[in-house]
Design a protein. Structure first.
Length: 203
């Protein structure tokens, strides 16, 4: 399929294609945490919550709440000739897997030709192709694989059992931005410390 003596790019990209099914932090919870009264700044606070949640997820390299995702991976992502890693948290299912050859022809891989290992864990899941699966030849180097999948938790209680610090991390970031009216650039160090446990396990 490709030359094992060559070093291929292992770049990938992923993006959510649906909105989260769960609010990790609600507006009411944030206002209580930040000791904010009144409702005249609710829109601003909600914007901070959305941004903090997104940035905390990016810091952990994955999403917290259930939604659909798409990942595109270079050919170098294929390990041992038959394994693809899905770079996200709590993978629930894989709905579609596509391969692309050097002529950009698309191949829809039948679900019977692979299995998904490590579902619903805080570590990346892996797609394992069957030993007798025959890959199209040759695959293109860039974006040879596209995976459509769902990932994330549906219940906040399930997320907090695995990662109890996630809400505090988000709310601490919002409080910092709200207090200092900072331009949203990055989450504060206290949030990163709270997130590092999940981030290290993910790696």
């Amino acid at each position: 399929m490709y030359n094992n003596n060559c070093i291929y790019s292992r770049e990938f990209s992923k993006k959510p294609v649906t909105v989260p099914a769960l609010e990790v932090v609600t507006l009411a919870e944030q206002k209580l945490f930040s000791r904010i009264d009144g409702d005249y700044e609710d829109t601003l606070i909600q914007t901070f919550i959305n941004s903090a949640t997104s940035k905390c997820e990016s810091y952990c390299n994955g999403g917290f709440a259930l939604r659909d995702w798409e990942q595109n991976s270079d050919i170098g992502f294929l390990e041992n000739g038959n394994i693809l890693e899905i770079k996200n948290l709590f993978i629930r299912s894989v709905s579609k897997l596509y391969l692309y050859d050097i002529d950009n022809a698309e191949y829809d891989v039948d679900s019977a030709d692979f299995e998904v290992l490590g579902l619903d864990e805080s570590l990346p899941a892996r797609i394992l192709f069957n030993d007798d699966y025959i890959f199209p030849t040759p695959l293109r180097i860039k974006n040879a694989f596209k995976i459509e999948y769902s990932a994330g938790k549906t219940l906040l209680s399930d997320l907090l059992v695995i990662f109890p610090g996630v809400q505090i991390a988000i709310m601490s970031a919002v409080s910092t931005w709200y207090e200092f009216r900072e331009t949203i650039k990055d989450i504060p160090e206290v949030s990163k410390i709270l997130l590092d446990n999940l981030r290290i396990r993910y790696r």
